[in-house]
Design a protein around this ligand. Structure first.
Ligand SMILES: [Ca+2]
Ligand SMILES: [Ca+2]
Ligand SMILES: [Ca+2]
Ligand SMILES: [Ca+2]
Length: 351
């Protein structure tokens, strides 16, 4: 508990530190990560399904249809600071489910709870109908790195010619912080905890003629806060990667029965088609150097930002105006002024 003493009566502190929403409404890269996607990166939709419902498909990845998405912070945002400079309070991804008057009506079954791996092994014995749409982090290697991969990159993963892990691959952290592939979690006999499960809004299976949103609210506390740290690191590195997958049981030629989403190239196919959206809720960290404290060094950076109430923060210090707002606008009124400085002063010390 911070002690704000007499200062608290002067300002509207109650509004502070909830965090401001930063919206990324168009990915830099979005791609259906599937062996038979012959137009990688430019395809208008991406679907998510598994391959474990058919014993013939032993060389395919269990999570066969994967939607890979990445967003880049633009110049107006404070990307590129040290990871610890970002106080991330919430992360929401919204995908738009494909539906239209003329295409096959989506009829995948909504299941909001992960199914144990042994229920999804052949023959399927899933007690609750449907399989959840799950969101995970994205790891790279051995072919690609987070710098070299883009939405047009050549597919790496299992197909009818042979088995291999995906690259990029969806992952969860283990207890040591190692990134563990989840695309073959049935073969590997474990049940990963997704970072988020997709919750569709206004979706009526088998009777849906308009696109609909599917929200994924990330549990940042998972793996002892390593999931939150992942987002901090990706903001710092300049591209935020996520994978949406499912073990949805389907047959080879099925036209529906599994979730399918618009990519950014799908905008225009329907008036309600939307690109994958990422919304970060960021609070002022007061810690531009990203270490474990708010100290005099951070104070020096704040002093360089100070421009007075309702003014754009000053350039010329160690931070740009956008970075000043990102790190020091405690009361979220789009300036860095003495109110913010007072908030910083009462919160100095170890984080
Ligand atoms: Ca794309
Ligand atoms: Ca189920
Ligand atoms: Ca610091
Ligand atoms: Ca302010």
């Amino acid at each position: 508990m911070r002690h704000r003493g007499a200062i608290i009566g002067l300002f509207a502190w109650a509004a502070a530190a909830q965090g401001a929403e930063v919206v990324f409404d168009t990915p830099s890269d979005d791609r259906w990560h599937y062996p038979y996607n012959f137009s990688p990166g430019v395809r208008a939709t991406a679907s998510c399904f598994g391959s474990t419902g058919d014993p013939e498909y032993t060389t395919f990845n269990d999570r066969d249809g994967i939607f890979l998405i990445a967003w880049r912070p633009d110049a107006s945002f404070c990307g590129g600071l040290p990871p610890g400079a970002y106080d991330i309070r919430a992360v929401r991804v919204t995908l738009t489910g494909v539906a239209c008057a003329t295409c096959p009506t989506p009829d995948w079954i909504v299941d909001l709870t992960p199914d144990p791996w042994f229920n999804m092994d052949y023959p399927i014995t899933d007690a609750d109908p449907g399989q959840p749409v799950e969101l995970f982090g994205v790891g790279f290697g051995p072919e690609y790195t987070s710098s070299t991969w883009n939405e047009r990159s050549v597919y790496v993963g299992g197909d009818d010619a042979g088995f291999s892990g995906r690259d990029p691959f969806p992952f969860v952290f283990d207890n040591q912080g190692i990134r563990v592939h989840v695309e073959d979690n049935v073969k590997d006999q474990f049940t990963p905890t997704p970072w988020a499960v997709g919750v569709p809004l206004g979706y009526s299976p088998g009777n849906q003629t308009t696109p609909f949103p599917v929200h994924f609210d990330v549990d940042l506390s998972l793996s002892t806060e390593r999931v939150r740290a992942y987002f901090q690191q990706q903001l710092s590195a300049g591209r935020i990667f996520l994978a949406v997958t499912s073990l949805t049981v389907t047959s080879k030629q099925a036209a529906t029965g599994y979730p399918s989403f618009f990519t950014k190239e799908g905008i225009g196919l329907h008036p309600l088609a939307r690109a994958p959206r990422l919304v970060l809720t960021l609070a002022a960290s007061g810690n531009p150097d990203g270490d474990a404290d708010r100290d005099k060094r951070d104070w020096g950076a704040l002093a360089d930002c100070l421009a007075g109430p309702d003014e754009t923060p000053l350039e010329g210090g160690v931070l740009t105006a956008g970075e000043c707002l990102c790190v020091f606008d405690f009361d979220e009124d789009e300036d860095v002024d003495l109110q913010d400085a007072a908030e910083f002063a009462v919160s100095m010390g170890p984080l």
